[in-house]
Design a protein around this ligand. Structure first.
Ligand SMILES: Nc1ncnc2c1ncn2[C@@H]1O[C@H](COP(=O)(O)OP(=O)(O)OP(=O)(O)O)[C@@H](O)[C@H]1O
Ligand SMILES: [Mg+2]
Length: 224
C-alpha cells in the first residue's frame, strides 16, 4: 500500500505573551490510500488542529507534510488552494452550506470550480445517493440538520476527492440522522475509494473505521 498522506515531526504551537503552548507534539503519521481512519480524543487534545494541518488549511509550526509526492509544507497559499480543489474535501460539524444557494447549487459549486463536465447532472446524481432528490431546490434553512449534513456529504464527494476529512460530522445530529450520515460516509469511502479521516466522539463511528488513532494532549497513539 502507498501512503497518500505522510507527516514528519509535525508540530503546532501558539504563543501567548511569554508562554508557548504546545498544541501538537512532534507527530509522525502515515495514512494509506483508501483507508478509513478515526481520530478520537478529549476536547482540546488537538484533533481539529491536526485535521486542519493535514488538509492544508492551517500551517504547522514545524515539520513536514506530503500528499503523495507533493510536499504541502513547501507550497504557498495559492498553490495549496489549487491543490486542495478536487483533491481534498471537508465536512464540518455545523454543515457550512451556503445559505443563499439551494441544495443542488451547493453541490454543483465545487464541480463548477474545477470545471467539471455536466455539473448539474453530476450534482443531481450525488443528491440522489444521499436520498435528497425531492429536496434539491430547497435552501439550507428549509432542511433539517440531518438533511443539511447529507447535502454537505454530497458536496464533499461531488468532486471525487482523494481524501475526505470530516470533523465531528454527527456532532449536531440526533442518533438516527447521525447513523444515516455515518452510513453514507463509509459507503462512499468503500465505493469510491476515497480516503476517509473522521474526528469523532461517536462510538458508532469509531467502530466502523479500519483504523483508530487517539490524540491525548497533543500526542498521537495508535489504538487496537
Ligand atoms: N489559535 C489558537 N490560539 C490558542 N490556542 C489554540 C488555538 N487553536 C487551538 N488552540 C488550542 O489548542 C488546543 C487544541 O484545540 P483543537 O480545536 O484542535 O481541539 P479538539 O481536540 O478539536 O477539541 P474539541 O473536541 O473540543 O473540538 C485547545 O486547547 C485549543 O484551545
Ligand atoms: Mg475540534
Amino acid at each position: 500500500m502507498t501512503a497518500i498522506l505522510r507527516t514528519e515531526q509535525l508540530t503546532k504551537w501558539v504563543t501567548s505573551g511569554e508562554q508557548r503552548i504546545d498544541i501538537l507534539h512532534p507527530l509522525d503519521l502515515q495514512i494509506q490510500a483508501g483507508e478509513s481512519v478515526v481520530i478520537v480524543g478529549p476536547s482540546g487534545s488537538g484533533k481539529s488542529t491536526l485535521m486542519s494541518l493535514l488538509a492544508g488549511i492551517d500551517a504547522p509550526s514545524s515539520g513536514r507534510i506530503w500528499l503523495e509526492q507533493q510536499e504541502l509544507t513547501a507550497l504557498d497559499e495559492g498553490e495549496l488552494a489549487a491543490l486542495r480543489r478536487g483533491t481534498i474535501s471537508f465536512v464540518f460539524q455545523d454543515f457550512l452550506l451556503l445559505p443563499a444557494l439551494t441544495a443542488l447549487e451547493n453541490v454543483m459549486l465545487p464541480l463548477q470550480l474545477i470545471g467539471a463536465e455536466a455539473p448539474r447532472e453530476q450534482a443531481q446524481a450525488r443528491l440522489a445517493e444521499v436520498a435528497l432528490t425531492a429536496r434539491q431546490h430547497h435552501f439550507p434553512a428549509q432542511l433539517s440538520g440531518g438533511e443539511q449534513q447529507r447535502v454537505a456529504v454530497a458536496r464533499a464527494y461531488a468532486s471525487h476527492p482523494r481524501i475526505l476529512f470530516a470533523d465531528e460530522p454527527t456532532g449536531n445530529l440526533d442518533a438516527a440522522s447521525g447513523e444515516q450520515v455515518i452510513e453514507l460516509l463509509f459507503r462512499l469511502n468503500r465505493e469510491q475509494g476515497t480516503t476517509l479521516v473522521v474526528v469523532t466522539h461517536d462510538e458508532r463511528v469509531a467502530g466502523r473505521a479500519q483504523r483508530r488513532l487517539q490524540l491525548d494532549a497533543g500526542q498521537l497513539l495508535e489504538l487496537d
